[in-house]
Structures are given as structure tokens and as C-alpha cells.
Design a binder for this molecule. Structure first.
Ligand code: TNX
Length: 533
């Protein structure tokens, strides 16, 4: 007997009984048997916590007949297409986009008090309506809708499930306009596809800024046409001696538009005057002694500096910023400025005084690591604070004083939201210079009250940086980012009044099955009551 001989009769038998079941179903119910009813996710079980939730009424059930109803604008249609693209593979439903009819899932723009990113989600037996005054709000509402469906909705094959969304109303808008994540693509290079994957993960938690750390001692990652050796030579290295890599300008533009389609703004960083060995290795003339150092593949910091006294340094900076600004529709350009241990304080101030006007000349707002507050931060500049609880009072006060004088702050305290810090001493990846950062520690702080003497209005948001000295793959990124990234996202989005570890840990735990469905491997912190099974 061949395999076929054996399997054919069984297949026929199975098909026969399926036909019988279908016939019986058609006879008794007029449809296929209903999937088992599971519990419906409560409207409040969303990360980041919504600003306000009013549960009530019967749920909406997604069916083969559900349509995605969109307003006439191309952008709303695009958000509707994004939603349908998530729902179709797992539901197996056609979910057509239409401007007509009633009920179903409706995405609707109207003038209202939603702000730039807020939305309202209303769910009842006849349909779910998302309303916002801008497409970004609809997109964030789509992320909420996604989390209200069973985790299996994230799978890419058809799932036999009861697709219900609890009844009631969610009204939501962010606490902060800047909700960021940083990816260090310099210490290890990450491909366009790897960055896209991270952008998708950020979007699920309503993160709206992706800070790309594009240059450091170990590698220069963006093609600059006027200085081709930066990427061509300075890009061909990384920590540990791998081949590195860089983004062509077309690839970078693609990443920017991929992010923009998910309402994420790219913030490119060229770190200066320190963290510049890759540039110094590429062009001898950038060095004070005119001698190019070798490329660097270790993990020390603070040994490199651009030559502050040479004019060519500023020609270089002008060219790089001009090209990067032209590639970047976003508002910001990050100029680094951290750990310039090989630059004297006077040189650091001179350098920043010359470089900040260049950024302004090309129409971008400046972001710098908080050491910039030790120089003269330009009007409108933002400082990114990466200190620790144990940072000296004098350094904190320098930052607070700048904030009182009008410098906005992005908070990235390293012993809270540096996603590259180990969770425990046994975490196989990551560093521990800022301490061990378990999930609770990462979540349990208030950005509005974090730094003494800082006016609340000076805090523009929260960003979770992920440095990549020890990270090489998307699985590495996922393991360090999950489950801490959603906590940082919640600190940026949710009102302070919702902040509560005991309820957060339950909402966070409910995300676990979603990450499983998405193929995101995460740290199963014992602090979080993950569902069993
Ligand atoms: C500090 S934070 C750095 C980076 C390292 C990181 C590792 C900052 C502005 N500089 O150069 O990669 O620690 O955690």
C-alpha cells in the first residue's frame, strides 16, 4: 500500500462527514456551527490604560458579514486597510472597505475635542465606531480595538474563534505628545526588516517617536553622499567584529515612510562630538592630528572626539545635517552630546554653540542628551535625561534649571527605562551599569514628578532607549523590550490617575498570549501574573 492508497479513503471519509455536519448545520441553523463563546475582554484591559472607560451594553460580534466603513478621505481608507489587514488572516472574513451602509466597524473623522491623537471607541450590538479629529487618533483607536479582540486575532492563519468586542465607550488621548523608543543600530546593525518589525511593535502600544541612533564609535549607518566613506568604510564594522551595514538614503526614506504610515515619527541621531570613532576612522582630516584611527569593535565609551578647533569639522557637520534634514520630514534632529569624555568642557560648549545653529538652519528642532544642559541649549531644544536615582543632586539641578529656563525634557532614566539593562543578574543579554531593572521598577515612577524642581509643563514625554552592545537579532530586541516597553509606553500615554502597579500587572499579563500569537519572545517576569497554559 502506498501513502496515497492509505490516505485517500480516510480523506473521503472526513470530507463526507464534514458535508454531513454542514448539511445538518444548514438545515438546523442556516449557518456553520457557532464557535465556542469565550469571555469577552473587558474594555479596560488595554495597554496603555485608556483615559476613560465606560463599559455597558451588549458586545459587538465580528462576522463574515462585517464591513470596515471608512469616510471618504484616502488617509482614513488607509487606516481602515491597515485594520482589515490585521483582522483578515485570522478571522478569514473578507472585511471589505466601504463608504456605504450601516453598522460594522466604522472609522470616522469629525471636528471634536479629541486633540491630535485622541479617539473615541463606541461598541454595541450593531457595530463599533471609532471617532477622532485626525487620522492618528483613528490609528491609535485601531490599536485599542485590536487589543479588545482575542489574542488569536494576531495569528496569520484562520482561527475558529468567537470574535466579540465588549460593549461600551472608551475615550482616550495621550498624556504626553512625545512617546518614544530608541534603537541603537550602530553597536549592532539592524536591517530595514528588523527595524520595521520594531516599528510594528511600537505602534501596538501607541508609541509615536522612533529615535534611531545612527552613528557611534562602532559604526556609521546612514549613507551621506557628500562624505561617502562614512557609510562605505565607517559602516562596515560593529561590536564583536561583524560586517555591520548601513541604510542607503532610499532605505532610510522607506523606513521613514513605513513609520509615518503607523503615525511614528523618525528622530535621527548623529552623536557628536564624542562617540565618533567611525567617522574619525573614515576621514583622517577630521582628526586633530590628521591620523585616522582604526575602526572600533569594542564596547568602551568616551574615547573619541571630533576636532573642535578645525573648520573642516563644521563643514562635515553641516553636510551631514543638511543631507539628513532633507531625508527627514520629522521635526527633530538629535545631536547626541553624551559622554564626551575626550572633549574638554570649553571645547564641548564651543562645539555645541557652533552646531546648534546648523540644525536650526536646516529647519529642525534640536534634541540632545542631557549633557547639553551643561552648554547653552538653543531656544526650543529638548534635553533627553538619562540619569539615575543616584545621579548627583548637582547634575539633576543643572537639568532642572534648564527646564525652568525653557528647555523641554524627554525622560529616559537609565535605571527605569533603559531597555538594555538586565532584568535580573541571570538575564543572558544586556548590561547592568545602571542596575538591574525588573518590570515593576521600570513601570513604577511618575514622569510628571520625577525630577525635583522641574515644572510639569517642561516634561514633553518619555522615551525607552535600547542600546545594542549585546543585541544582534530581533529575538534579542524582543526579549529586552518585552515586557518593559509597554510600561514605558503607558507612562507616556496614560493619565497619572490610572497609574497603579497592581492593576497594570494584570493588564500586562493579558498581553502575553498576544505576544505569543505575534511570535514575540518575552521575559516571563515572576512579578507578572501571566495566564497559565
Ligand atoms: C550609555 S546613554 C550610553 C551609551 C551606551 C549605554 C549602554 C548614553 C547617552 N550613552 O553609549 O550604549 O549607556 O547602556
Amino acid at each position: 500500500m502506498t501513502r496515497n492508497d492509505r490516505t485517500t479513503p480516510r480523506t473521503a471519509r472526513v470530507l463526507g462527514s464534514l458535508l454531513l455536519v454542514a448539511a445538518a448545520g444548514a438545515f438546523t441553523l442556516g449557518a456553520a456551527p457557532a464557535p465556542p463563546e469565550g469571555p469577552v475582554t473587558p474594555l479596560s484591559q488595554v495597554v496603555p490604560a485608556p483615559a476613560s472607560v465606560t463599559p455597558g451594553g451588549a458586545p459587538y460580534r465580528l462576522t463574515r458579514a462585517t464591513a470596515v466603513r471608512v469616510d471618504g478621505s484616502a488617509e482614513v481608507r488607509r487606516v481602515g486597510g491597515y485594520l482589515a489587514g490585521i483582522l483578515r488572516p485570522s478571522t478569514g472574513y473578507p472585511l471589505p472597505l466601504t463608504e456605504h451602509g450601516a453598522g460594522g466597524i466604522r472609522l470616522h473623522l469629525e471636528k471634536g475635542d479629541f486633540g491630535a491623537e485622541g479617539y473615541r471607541l463606541r461598541s454595541g450590538p450593531t457595530g463599533v465606531t471609532l471617532t477622532a479629529s485626525a487620522p492618528a487618533g483613528l490609528f491609535h483607536g485601531v490599536q485599542t480595538l485590536r487589543q479588545l479582540l482575542p489574542a488569536a486575532v494576531e495569528k496569520r492563519t484562520v482561527q475558529h474563534q468567537d470574535w466579540r468586542i465588549a460593549g461600551g465607550t472608551v475615550e482616550d488621548r495621550p498624556r504626553y505628545a512625545y512617546r518614544g523608543a530608541m534603537l541603537d543600530v550602530s553597536r549592532h546593525f539592524f536591517t530595514v526588516a528588523q527595524v520595521e518589525r520594531y516599528i510594528d511593535e511600537l505602534a501596538l502600544y501607541k508609541v509615536n517617536e522612533l529615535h534611531l541612533h545612527l552613528s557611534d564609535d562602532q559604526g556609521w549607518r546612514i549613507a551621506i553622499n557628500s562624505w561617502p566613506r562614512l557609510a562605505g568604510y565607517g559602516g562596515a564594522s560593529e561590536v564583536g567584529g561583524g560586517k555591520g551595514g548601513f541604510y542607503t538614503q532610499a532605505e532610510y526614506r522607506h523606513l521613514v515612510s513605513y513609520a509615518a504610515a503607523r503615525y511614528v515619527e523618525v528622530v535621527p541621531e548623529i552623536d557628536m562630538p564624542g562617540h565618533t570613532n567611525a567617522a574619525l576612522a573614515s576621514y583622517a582630516k577630521l582628526n586633530c592630528d590628521g591620523v585616522a584611527p582604526p575602526r572600533y569593535t569594542g564596547t568602551e565609551v568616551g574615547f573619541s572626539s571630533l576636532c573642535v578647533s578645525k573648520d573642516v569639522t563644521y563643514t562635515f557637520v553641516d553636510d551631514v545635517i543638511r543631507e539628513l534634514a532633507a531625508l527627514t520630514p520629522g521635526r527633530y534632529l538629535h545631536i547626541g552630546g553624551d559622554e564626551a569624555h575626550s572633549t574638554s568642557h570649553a571645547d564641548y560648549v564651543t562645539f555645541m554653540d557652533r552646531v546648534q545653529p546648523i540644525v536650526a538652519k536646516y529647519g529642525k528642532k534640536i534634541i540632545g542628551w542631557h549633557q547639553l544642559t551643561g552648554a547653552h541649549p538653543a531656544k526650543g531644544a529638548l534635553a533627553q535625561y538619562w540619569g539615575l536615582d543616584s545621579t548627583s543632586a548637582a547634575e539633576k539641578e543643572q537639568v532642572a534649571q534648564a527646564a525652568r529656563n525653557g528647555t523641554g525634557l524627554i525622560l529616559s532614566p537609565a535605571d527605569r527605562v533603559y531597555l538594555d539593562m538586565k532584568y535580573t543578574k541571570d538575564t543572558p543579554l544586556g548590561l547592568s551599569w545602571a542596575g538591574l531593572v525588573e518590570v515593576r521598577r521600570s513601570y513604577d515612577w511618575d514622569p510628571g514628578a520625577y525630577l525635583a524642581g522641574v515644572p510639569a509643563s517642561a516634561v514633553k514625554g518619555v522615551e525607552a532607549p535600547l542600546w545594542s552592545e549585546t543585541l544582534k537579532t530581533s529575538a534579542d530586541i524582543d526579549y529586552m523590550a518585552f515586557p518593559r516597553l509597554p510600561g514605558a509606553a503607558e507612562l507616556g500615554w496614560s493619565p497619572a490617575a490610572t497609574h497603579d502597579w497592581d492593576t497594570y500587572k494584570v493588564r500586562l499579563a493579558a498581553q502575553g498570549p498576544r505576544w505569543d500569537a505575534l511570535g514575540i519572545g518575552y521575559y516571563h517576569s515572576p512579578q507578572v501574573p501571566w495566564p497559565s497554559g
